[in-house]
Design a binder for this molecule. Structure first.
Ligand code: URA
Length: 240
């Protein structure tokens, strides 16, 4: 897909789904948090769900955990503008409670479609929820973080959620190590080497076939025709 095509497709998809009312979170959200960043990035970060700041601003990771994420990105010489950041849930659970299974179940196809459009080479899952969803496993994050998986031709790198490091500084050191591993995997991919120099685990869990997702043809009712082509809203969203 051409560079501009991906952004355009994401933008159209945003306008298609931003009025979603498939679960109760629609009633309490301020904003639908689609995700933001570079539609052409090779790297996608997937968090859990918007918190208070994200809900208010309509962008992912803009609160304290986001500051930490920025810091970790800068350690490996990346900025937010070079990656794409999304969440498993697009709407804030009240009081930041954990996502419910039924919420994940209705929202996951939005993420799968974003993955299909962006077609990243690496997906870094931040914390338990995105890791378990994308690896299709119940295994805990502690046993999965730091490992490198390859599913449907994509690398999946689970790491701890940055929020976990906010209160436990030793976890920040672990996150730094995991970010350095991300950087190493990127370098290996960019150098055209095969996977020999990293330990890659293939076909972990049951494949979901994200790349051929059967996503979503029943969302047309959510289109707001007035803002369908409003590029300034997409820019405000941080989509570029
Ligand atoms: N935590 C998340 O998982 N996502 C956000 O967007 C913010 C905090």
């Amino acid at each position: 897909m051409e560079t501009e095509d991906k952004r355009e497709k994401l933008k159209q998809y945003y306008f298609l789904i931003k009025g979603c009312s498939k679960c109760n979170l629609a009633q309490t959200r301020t904003n639908f948090v689609f995700g933001s960043g570079n539609a052409n990035s090779k790297i996608l970060f997937v968090g859990e769900a918007p918190g208070k700041n994200e809900d208010l601003q309509g962008k992912p990771f803009v609160g304290p955990a986001g500051k930490l994420l920025d810091e970790l990105l800068s350690i490996i010489n990346l900025t937010r503008n070079e990656v794409f950041i999304a969440n498993v849930l697009k709407c804030r659970p009240p009081q930041n409670r954990d996502p419910k299974l039924e919420e994940i179940d209705v929202c996951k196809n939005y993420l799968f479609k974003q993955i299909e459009i962006i077609n990243p080479i690496i997906i870094c899952t931040l914390g338990k929820y995105s890791t378990q969803l994308l690896l299709n496993t119940d295994e805990g994050i502690t046993g999965l973080r730091g490992r490198v998986f390859k599913i449907d031709g994509r690398y999946i790198l689970p790491i701890n959620h940055p929020a976990a490091a906010l209160y436990t500084p030793s976890r920040f050191e672990i996150l730094k190590l995991d970010f350095k591993r991300i950087s190493k995997v990127i370098k290996i991919i960019e150098s055209g080497c095969d996977d020999a120099s990293i330990t890659v685990e293939y076909d972990y869990g049951f494949q979901k076939n994200i790349s051929k997702s059967n996503v979503i043809n029943d969302d047309n009712k959510n289109i707001n025709k007035n803002d369908k082509n409003d590029d300034s809203s997409a820019t405000q969203l941080g989509l570029f």
